[in-house]
Ligand binder design. Structure first.
Ligand SMILES: C[C@@](CO)(OP(=O)(O)O)[C@H](O)COP(=O)(O)OP(=O)(O)OC[C@H]1O[C@@H](n2ccc(N)nc2=O)[C@H](O)[C@@H]1O
Ligand SMILES: Nc1ncnc2c1ncn2[C@@H]1O[C@H](COP(=O)(O)OP(=O)(O)O)[C@@H](O)[C@H]1O
Length: 319
């Protein structure tokens, strides 16, 4: 029994507000998660020896700590499953980029092995297994774009319009714990009701339909919607700590692309009404990217992506 080409999509945080801090040091957030079609691809083969083996290596990380392995073991432990699995992963989402690649791999592993091992857990049960693996893992099991609160685990589905994104990866690794412990981090952004975000989306959708946000390349605005809801409270901290990210944002701005950081960075994104606009802007910046030092371009890679209306595995799990 095997499952091949099982996708694990990346996420964007359309905004991210830090509203408080828990006793254990974790931060209370409000954010909206949107899945995009930049995906890792996982392959699973069921084995009868009970062993979990994964060929995906992350430099500096022991194999046992790979989130794919941890997710498979968590499912085995919770269900008493006697099966094992050989797992491989075609990695496309840059690790530690604020795109949730590791978290998404973990969620896809839980969902796929729940099917392959016939362990029959429902969505709520899989989400309970997901949270200890990381604050970002439950939303990928939840399966819909979501307004998230708590540390990211209190989820409410949101309707998002069809949009496309230019996603850029600056040549900078950012440590999530360092960002959250930075003394300069704003931790008291006022909580909002989800309806405030939903109303904002509706208003901007109507404007886009009316042509106001649907600018063309010729108009000089490059089609970038150029407006974001709220802010990413982690972004000022990261920009202050890492000049490469400041430089990457400035380069995009000079090219008419209004970008924001996702999660704790380092990846940046700009929203467009059509995929064609995202693609044209991707082509426009390639070849012009400035260098930091002599040899390293400030942006290592850029993708034109579709925003997904649902997680591709949403209906693999029963509610
Ligand atoms: C910031 C966000 C926003 O979506 O995404 P990323 O940039 O990592 O993708 C997430 O909250 C990250 O989630 P995740 O990457 O799963 O974080 P975890 O492994 O649980 O935590 C990594 C570290 O970040 C800090 N952390 C994380 C989440 C949170 N709400 N408060 C925190 O203070 C803690 O120091 C923790 O030790
Ligand atoms: N399968 C995996 N893919 C990517 N990163 C992983 C994986 N397993 C563990 N990790 C660790 O988790 C960290 C966060 O990864 P990831 O979820 O991709 O980024 P982020 O949390 O910034 O969105 C990485 O720096 C890496 O050390």
């Amino acid at each position: 029994m095997r499952l091949y080409d099982v996708p694990a999509p990346a996420k964007l945080n359309l905004f991210l507000h830090v509203t408080g801090r828990r006793e254990d040091g974790y931060h209370l957030l409000q954010t909206v998660f949107r899945f995009i079609d930049l995906c890792d691809m996982l392959h699973f083969e069921r084995s009868s020896d009970g062993l979990v083996v994964c060929d995906h290596e992350i430099p500096g990380l022991p194999a046992e700590e790979n989130l794919i392995v941890r997710a498979a073991r968590a499912l085995q432990q919770a269900t008493g499953a006697k099966w094992g699995a050989r797992i491989s992963c075609d990695k496309r989402i840059p690790a530690g980029g604020g795109l949730g690649g590791g978290s998404s791999d973990a969620a896809t592993t839980l969902i796929a092995l729940n099917r392959l091992w016939e362990t029959g857990l429902n969505r709520r049960q899989l989400m309970e297994l997901a949270l200890p693996l990381g604050a970002d893992v439950p939303v990928f099991v939840y399966g819909q774009p979501a307004f998230a609160e708590g540390v990211g685990e209190v989820l409410t589905g949101v309707d998002l319009p069809e949009r496309a994104y230019l996603v850029a990866q600056p040549a900078q690794h950012v440590s999530t714990p360092h960002v959250f412990t930075d003394p300069g981090l704003t931790r008291d952004t006022k909580s909002i009701k989800m309806s405030v975000f939903a109303d904002w989306v509706l208003r901007h959708q109507l404007q886009a339909k009316g042509g106001q946000a649907k600018q063309t390349l010729e108009s000089g605005l490059n089609g970038s919607c150029g407006v974001f809801f709220g802010r990413n409270d982690l972004e000022p901290v990261v920009r202050a700590r890492y000049p490469v990210i400041e430089k990457a944002l400035a380069f995009l701005r000079q090219n008419g692309i209004c970008a924001r950081m996702t999660g704790s960075g380092a990846c940046l994104f700009a929203e467009f009404v059509t995929h064609e606009q995202a693609l044209l802007n991707q082509q426009k910046i390639i070849g012009k990217i400035p260098y930091c030092g002599d040899t390293v371009p400030v942006i290592e890679a850029a993708w034109a992506c579709h925003g997904l209306l649902d997680h591709p595995l949403r209906y693999w799990t029963k509610d």
